[in-house]
Design a protein around this ligand. Structure first.
Ligand SMILES: [Zn+2]
Length: 219
């Protein structure tokens, strides 16, 4: 590839201006990265440059988990305001609701600073339709592929949340007991407050012991 000197300088400087211009594969690890990847810099002699992820894929390299990630998103009007749905190839990564689409976008970009983010209305159409039906109360079960990065503990809590039938509530203490950690009530509350996808994993069905709504990230 021409311009390799320039590309190597961009890699050494982790220059994000070159993200999207090329990726580099590291032969000793078989992984490819974007120029701004926070990972340790490889030896120059192990590095091959590619025009994009597709070229690196077909040369047999695997995407770096710290930066190879691609997220697409779309914004739709929902009964609760603007709804942003973001997804990876594996499933929905985040759903957020707010007054302005612009603010939701910038929040997404900030949260996934290392990812390649682009809009994709048609690709996300199916997810959006399902979520809107759910919000309008027309579809009460939300069995949807999810791709959220969470700890094993959060996964347990969210699985327990998804089992609460619609219209019913549980307390944090009941959820803690359901995940066999009856003393972890505060941690359950924290997991609910940081739930990246509150619509699909409905924290609003969990209430504090006094009956008020528990930690709830949006709305
Ligand atoms: Zn990387």
């Amino acid at each position: 590839m021409t311009g390799e000197k320039k590309y190597w300088a961009a890699v050494l400087e982790r220059d994000s201006l070159f993200d999207g211009v090329f990726v580099y594969g590291v032969r000793s690890t078989g992984i490819y990265c974007r120029p701004s990847c926070p990972a340790r810099r490889p030896h120059r002699r192990n590095v091959t440059f590619f025009r994009g992820p597709e070229d690196a894929d077909s040369a047999g390299f695997r995407p770096c988990l710290r930066c190879g990630e691609r997220i697409c998103y779309a914004i739709a009007d929902s009964p609760l305001g603007k709804m942003l749905v973001a997804s990876t190839e594996k499933g929905v990564r985040a759903v957020s609701i707010g007054d302005s689409g612009w603010a939701l976008e910038s929040e997404l970009v900030k949260e996934y600073a290392a990812a390649e983010i682009r809009t994709d209305d048609s690709g996300l159409h199916r997810h959006i339709t399902v979520l809107l039906r759910y919000l309008r109360g027309k579809d009460l079960s939300l069995n949807h592929p999810l791709d959220i990065r969470i700890t094993a503990f959060q996964a347990k809590v969210y699985n327990a949340l998804r089992k609460i039938p619609c219209g019913q509530t549980r307390t944090y203490a009941e959820i803690a007991a359901a995940v066999d950690l009856p003393r972890a009530i505060r941690a359950v509350g924290r997991a609910c407050a940081t739930n990246p996808i509150a619509l699909a994993i409905p924290c609003h069905r969990v209430v504090r012991k006094d009956g008020t709504l528990g930690g709830y990230r949006w709305v």
